[in-house]
Structure formats: structure tokens, C-alpha cells
Design a binder for this molecule. Structure first.
Ligand code: FAD
Ligand code: NAD
Length: 475
């Protein structure tokens, strides 16, 4: 007799494992299937986020930032260190240990919530049946009342520069380099290109980034992108805009990169080349031909606002469906679906999803950019406050950047908050809460912020919206 569960989740990344835990908390019997295998050959839960994405990249960003600050900042604090050196093996050991602890933690959480964590491949068949093939085992059929697909995404490969794991790397390879390349090329100045480019640049690599768009950070507010461009330049990142990769030739021990821009064809040589031009949904061998699930023209599983597919009882969440490819977006979809299954009211507010880029300084925003508000035709007002005027930022020696707030002129509703500066990724949560509660600028103005704190910059930016900043001259 085949096994039966109330819910079978395919994929144990931040979308899938959170959906599984929430469903179990809701009193359902749950299995969560995952086939992720790390470079050491071991299977692990946690998906891209924990094994090859958010967590390892942030571990390296922290190490490289500390290395950079020890070299360039300690002296200002009166700290003498002698020569500061980077031990890449030590740094990578720490990264791997953090990943191991957290992925082991997910396995523990599944167990504690009585979710059956099944290691192997899952495939959706017709009639809400799932074929599960354990690692080195025979396929078996599992019956499910509800199926949640959370199969995630993988890097896009370019025909002109196929991955070889040695010279032409994807983002996962780039996180596990065992030495600092002298010359690093990156294709794509998106989130991954900027974060990984920053890591290796701070550790001493000469980094050149090729970006097809004419504007850096085209999705961010222009004022913020301008500050970012200046900071990245100062940090030595050579970003070539309006440039499209046309070829990558692997020589004996280096790569010749060819690109095209307004000025014509150019080439340059690098020791390693990272391709970071976006990610695509994973659906290979996931859906039987008669599963009834529909894919869109970019390969994403088609779902409605509540993540329902066209097949009743089958949902899809996270990177394999429309919307930003962010761990927190996938997790919230997981919570929503697990609650909808038991008949609770649940939704994801897709208008209020924070974006964070973990460069130094960090960049974070929520809501609309000034360009988007302007295009909407709604009258608006803006206010900003520079971290150079923040006592806490000065004490931290991190004064680059600002907070910018955009609010409606008619009813004072906050429409967008944009931050570039120290701990922007932490600060943005206050703005997310404000937008979630449809707060007005005045709500932020009348909220007491601890002194001295970086969050005071949000308070002051809110005051500046009405030309009432107290610690910076108004316009
Ligand atoms: P995934 O995390 O990709 O997990 C999907 C899982 O499903 C995988 O384990 C996969 O093996 C498994 N699977 C797929 N198909 C099957 C199958 N048929 N059978 C069994 N198992 C299957 N996002 C952020 O929000 N913040 C960040 O700081 C951030 N940093 C990132 C840095 C990098 C370098 C990268 C690459 C990504 C980063 N992201 C970040 C994006 C984030 O990792 C993804 O948005 C997130 O992991 C998506 O979660 P998911 O659960 O949908 O998919
Ligand atoms: P991305 O979409 O952020 O950036 C890709 C960039 O590559 C774009 O700017 C694009 O214009 C450029 N590009 C595309 N083709 C090109 C070509 N042929 N030549 C030159 N440039 C080209 O994608 P990514 O950086 O690969 O990241 C993938 C996903 O992972 C993103 O959706 C992101 O949300 C997620 N992610 C999030 C975080 C975070 O939240 N901090 C960190 C890393 C990744």
C-alpha cells in the first residue's frame, strides 16, 4: 500500500521547508522531499539559500568586510595590528561550518515538527500522486491530499560562456573559491554580481563587471543608485555599463572575455569569470506529462495570487513561480499556502517585500521608487537624511549613504523608503512595518527613535519630507 500524507512538499529550500513546518503546525501530516547535494557529496536540506546563496554569501561578505576594515579603518580607531593577512582556507572553513550548522538545523526543525524529511527526487504525477525516488533507491508512489511544489531556481547559463566549474563559474562555484584570483571578471551587475564582486575585490582581486543595462541598479531609486555607483567606483569595482558579453575563450590558465558596447568590441583577460545574469526556475523531471501543471513562456509554474496552480490541491511557491526571487518572499508564500490549506485566511502582500543588497554600504528598499511614483501621476513629496549627519554612523566610521522617503502629498501615506548605508538591511524592517500598516510620514515623525542610533536617520528623513529635519539643514 502506498504511503499517504495530507501534504507533500517538493523542495526544502526556504519556501518548501517553511511551508512544511507551518503545515505540520496546522495539524497536518507532512512529508518534505529534497535532493540537494553539496560539493562534498552530502545531501542537505535548506536549498539554494542555505547551501549556495543567502547564507554562504553573507558569511563571506562579513569576513571580507572585516578584512577590509582591519586594513583601512583600524588605524583611525587607534588600533595597530601589523600586517593583516587573509587565510582563504580559514575563511571558507567558517563559511562551510555556518552552512553545516544551519542545514543541520533545518533537518532538526523538520524532525521536531514531525515532518518526514525524505532525501531524494520528487515528481508530481496526475491525481496528486508524487513519485519519490530515494538516493540510490527505487521509486515509490506517495498519495497526497495537497502538494506544494517549491523546486527553486538555478543560474542561467550563457551559450557564449558555458560553465566549466574551473574558469567559467556560476555563483555557487564563486562562493567556494580556494584562493583570491588576481583578476576576476563578472558578467551581470545584479545583486549576485555586486555582492560577490565586492567579496573578492575586498580580498584583493581586480574586479571587472560587465553589465548590459545602461544604468547601474536599474530597479533601485536613482538617487540611491548614484551614491552606490560612486561608492563602488571608490572601492575599485570597474563596472562597464551598456556592455554585452559576446564571448569567453578559456586559454591554458586564464579566460579572454569579449564584450560589445557603444564604443565597439573589446577584450580583457581574467583568471576566473563569474556568470551572474539571473536565475531560472527548476522544473526538469518535476512534472509528469499528464500532471496538468502549466508553465509560462519563461518556464515558471503558473499560479494565482494565492499560489494555486491549475490543478486543485496543488500549489507552487518560491523561486519556481512569478515574483522576486527572494528567500523571504518564498517563505511567506509557504506560510500562506499552509494556512489556506486548513481554511484560514492568509495572503502575501506583494507590494511590501523588502529588497536588500548586502554590499558595503548595504542598499535596501521597500515600496515604490521616486521614478515609479512620478510615473503614476500621484503628487508626492520626498525627504532625505545623510548618514554623514548621524552621530552613530560617525562613531561606526560608516558615514556614506542616506535614507530617502517618498510620501503622497494628498494623505501623507509613505509610498517608498530607500536606504544606502550601514545596516540598511536591518533598518529597512521599520519601513516595511510602516508600509504594511499604511503609516503616514507623520506616524514616523512622532515615533521615538533611540539616540544615538542609525534608525534616527529614518526619523530625520521623515521629518525632512515636511522640511522639518532637526539635525540637518532643510531645503
Ligand atoms: P531553493 O532555495 O532553490 O530550494 C529548492 C530546493 O528544491 C533545492 O534544495 C532543490 O534541490 C530542491 N528540488 C528541486 N527540484 C526537486 C525535485 N524534483 N525533487 C526533490 N528536490 C527538488 N535571497 C534573499 O532573500 N536574500 C539573500 O541575501 C540572497 N542571497 C543570495 C545569494 C546567492 C549567491 C544566490 C544564488 C541567491 C540568493 N538569494 C537571496 C536568493 C534565494 O537563495 C532564493 O530566492 C531562495 O533560495 C529561493 O527559495 P526556494 O525555496 O524557492 O528555492
Ligand atoms: P539579477 O537579475 O539581479 O542581475 C542580472 C544582471 O545581469 C542584470 O543587471 C542584467 O541586466 C545583467 N545581464 C543579463 N545578461 C547579460 C549579458 N549577456 N551581459 C551583461 N549583463 C547581462 O540576477 P542575479 O544577480 O544573477 O541574481 C539572481 C536572483 O537571486 C535575483 O533575482 C536576486 O533577487 C536573487 N538574489 C538576491 C540577493 C539578495 O536578496 N541580497 C542576493 C543574491 C541573489
Amino acid at each position: 500500500m502506498s504511503k499517504k500524507y495530507d501534504v507533500v512538499v517538493i523542495g526544502a529550500g526556504p519556501a518548501g521547508y517553511i511551508a512544511a513546518i507551518r503545515a505540520a503546525q496546522n495539524g497536518l501530516s507532512v512529508a518534505c522531499i529534497d535532493e540537494w547535494r553539496n560539493k562534498d557529496g552530502k545531501n542537505a536540506f535548506g536549498g539554494t539559500c542555505l547551501n549556495a546563496g543567502c547564507i554562504p554569501s553573507k558569511a563571506l561578505l562579513e569576513s571580507s568586510e572585516l578584512f577590509h576594515r582591519a586594513q583601512h579603518e583600524f588605524k583611525k580607531h587607534g588600533i595597530t595590528t601589523g600586517d593583516v593577512a587573509i587565510d582563504v582556507a580559514g575563511m571558507q572553513k567558517r563559511r562551510a561550518s555556518i552552512v553545516r550548522q544551519l542545514t543541520g538545523g533545518v533537518a532538526g526543525l523538520l524532525k521536531a515538527n514531525k515532518v518526514d524529511g525524505l532525501v531524494g527526487h520528487g515528481k508530481l504525477l496526475a491525481g496528486k500522486k508524487v513519485e519519490f525516488t530515494p538516493v540510490d533507491g527505487e521509486p515509490e508512489i506517495i498519495d497526497a491530499e495537497h502538494v506544494i511544489i517549491a523546486s527553486g531556481s538555478t543560474p542561467i547559463e550563457l551559450g557564449v560562456a558555458p560553465f566549466d566549474s574551473e574558469f567559467i563559474l556560476d555563483s555557487w562555484d564563486a562562493l567556494e573559491l580556494d584562493a583570491v584570483p588576481d583578476r576576476l571578471g563578472v558578467i551581470g551587475a545584479g545583486v549576485i554580481g555586486l555582492e560577490l564582486g565586492s567579496v573578492w575585490a575586498r580580498l584583493g582581486a581586480n574586479v571587472t563587471i560587465i553589465e548590459a543595462m545602461d544604468n547601474l541598479l536599474f530597479m533601485a531609486d536613482r538617487d540611491i543608485a548614484k551614491v552606490a555607483a560612486k561608492d563602488f567606483k571608490q572601492q575599485g569595482l570597474d563596472i562597464k555599463l551598456g556592455a554585452r558579453l559576446t564571448g569567453a575563450k578559456v586559454n591554458k590558465d586564464f579566460v579572454t572575455v569579449a564584450y560589445e558596447d557603444k564604443g565597439g568590441e573589446h577584450t580583457f583577460d581574467v583568471d576566473k569569470l563569474v556568470i551572474a545574469v539571473g536565475r531560472k526556475p527548476v522544473t526538469d523531471n518535476l512534472l509528469a506529462d499528464d500532471s496538468g501543471i502549466q508553465l509560462d513562456d519563461r518556464g515558471f509554474i503558473v499560479v494565482d495570487d494565492e499560489c494555486r496552480t491549475r490543478v486543485k490541491g496543488v500549489y507552487a511557491i518560491g523561486d519556481c513561480v512569478r515574483g522576486p526571487m527572494l528567500a523571504h518572499k518564498g517563505s511567506e508564500e509557504g506560510v500562506m499556502v499552509a494556512d489556506l490549506i486548513v481554511g484560514e485566511i492568509a495572503e502575501v502582500n506583494y507590494d511590501v517585500i523588502p529588497s536588500v543588497i548586502y554590499t558595503a554600504p548595504e542598499i535596501a528598499w521597500v515600496g515604490l521608487t521616486e521614478e515609479q511614483v512620478n510615473a503614476s501621476g500621484r503628487p508626492y513629496k520626498t525627504g532625505s537624511f545623510p548618514f554623514a549627519a548621524s552621530g552613530r554612523a560617525k562613531a561606526m566610521e560608516q558615514t556614506s549613504g542616506m535614507v530617502k522617503i517618498i510620501s503622497a502629498s494628498d494623505d501623507d501615506e509613505i509610498l517608498g523608503v530607500h536606504i544606502i548605508g550601514p545596516m540598511a538591511g536591518e533598518l529597512i524592517s521599520e519601513a516595511v512595518l510602516a508600509l504594511e500598516f499604511s503609516a503616514s510620514t507623520e506616524d514616523l515623525q512622532r515615533t521615538i527613535h533611540a539616540h544615538p542610533s542609525l534608525a534616527e536617520a529614518i526619523h530625520e528623513a521623515a521629518l525632512a519630507v515636511d522640511n522639518r529635519a532637526l539635525n540637518f539643514p532643510n531645503r
